[in-house]
Design a protein around this ligand. Structure first.
Ligand code: DC
Length: 214
């Protein structure tokens, strides 16, 4: 029996950090599904830099992607792209191309294959709604847009002194809108989820609460 815990939520809600630690504590596999869409955004941008691309061109590129998660790093066609995928611009591209229904359909099985004994913790937008609808525990992790922008700013400012709080907040609001208003697999939750607003909670407190639910 494979146990699956899904943690969905908006950008910078801390779901990646929480999911990764929880997976390590439980001895489960971990899947960061956003990284798949980010890798696609990066791959499309590499082939068509600064250009408009059609949905069909985006879908066609998927076949040439060999994506691997090894030793905490993300490899695309044998190139370590871990750091490059973190860029705000790549997050925006991921959000854009992930709204294409055919893109999501093509990536579905790849994601499901991460479920292995004894279990999987995964984070994203539609992990509980579409990819693992029968998950043992579905969490919707959120926080106010301002808190999320503050956290993201702290992360990004270490590497890029040019980032501003205002620009990050605007990106977060745009991405929230795009991710929750798209017609396929929008970011949403229903009564099968536990909703957790961690605006005022630390990572440890967030994890403890999820473990108590488990
Ligand atoms: O979690 P993240 O910020 O790395 O995700 C980047 C984008 O990828 C997000 O804005 C929307 C898309 N995404 C998605 O559509 N479905 C998922 N399960 C995960 C991410």
């Amino acid at each position: 029996m494979i146990k699956v815990i899904t943690i969905d939520g908006p950008a910078s809600s801390g779901k990646g950090t929480v999911a990764k630690i929880l997976a390590a504590q439980l001895g489960f596999a971990y899947l960061e599904s956003g990284a798949i869409y980010r890798a696609l955004g990066w791959w499309v941008n590499k082939h068509y830099p600064e250009q408009d691309v059609s949905d069909a061109q985006v879908v066609d590129l998927i076949a040439s992607m060999q994506l691997e998660f090894k030793a905490g790093l993300i490899w695309l066609n044998n190139e370590d792209v871990t750091e490059q995928l973190r860029a705000e611009s790549i997050g925006m591209l991921a959000s854009k191309y992930s709204s294409i229904a055919e893109v999501r359909a093509r990536l579905l099985q790849f994601q499901r294959d991460f479920a292995k004994v004894p279990g999987l913790v995964t984070d994203g937008r539609d992990m509980g709604s579409v990819v693992f609808p029968n998950a043992n525990l579905k969490v919707f992790l959120t926080a106010s847009a301002e808190k999320r922008a503050e956290r993201r700013y702290k992360q990004l400012h270490q590497f890029d002194k040019a980032v501003t709080m205002g620009a990050i907040l605007q990106d977060i609001i745009t991405r929230d809108e795009q991710d929750s208003q798209r017609s396929v697999a929008p970011l949403s939750y229903d009564s099968s989820y536990r909703v957790l607003d961690n605006s005022e909670l630390s990572i440890d407190e967030t994890i403890s609460l999820i473990k108590a639910w488990l």
